[in-house]
Design a protein around this ligand. Sequence first.
Ligand code: 5GP
Length: 183
Amino acid sequence: MTGDITVISGPTAVGKGTLVTELRNRYPEVYVSISATTRSPRPGEIDKVHYYFIDDAAFDRLIAEDGLLEWAEVHGNTRYGTPREPVLQAVAHGKRVILEIDLQGARQVREKLPEAKSIFVLPPDLDALMERLTRRGTETPEQIERRLSTASYELAHKNEFDHIVVNDDLGQAVDELVRLIGL
Ligand code: 5GP
């Protein structure tokens, strides 16, 4: 049953969000988990659509009541986690479920649900990653620095994943995801 869960990870600004959005446009029946996070919304991000934007106390409560399938502190000071119930319900209803989470979260899911598939999205090259992150313009220089250091750590562990997809051409990368997820 947990074979229906696919974890998608990859370094910051690699375009995971765009890939998943495109995948959902093609396959609206796929359930994409909405994470909880303690970070503030970026311009254009909507609460309960892109994330559940919550404060530290609410995140603590979620942990205390065992409401998260996995959670991690990413980029040093921000917590992100996958609400457990909606994911288990989607799986129980026979849906394909996608979790777009970081390396630490991917490790926790692998431990708890060994049948889940995992996919790591690679940038065509590191310069492209740096350029995207800088161009996005939503992070301060310190935040960019921190995200790049997380990225190099994550890149060094890409072989922990079942599959690797290079996000060079969006259409091709989505085709590849579709094939790997088995849609
Ligand atoms: P961003 O702040 O750019 O939206 O996301 C930062 C990082 O947090 C990304 O690597 C993303 O995959 C990860 N992330 C988002 N949601 C979750 C989650 O629920 N759990 C974990 N472990 N990581 C998450």
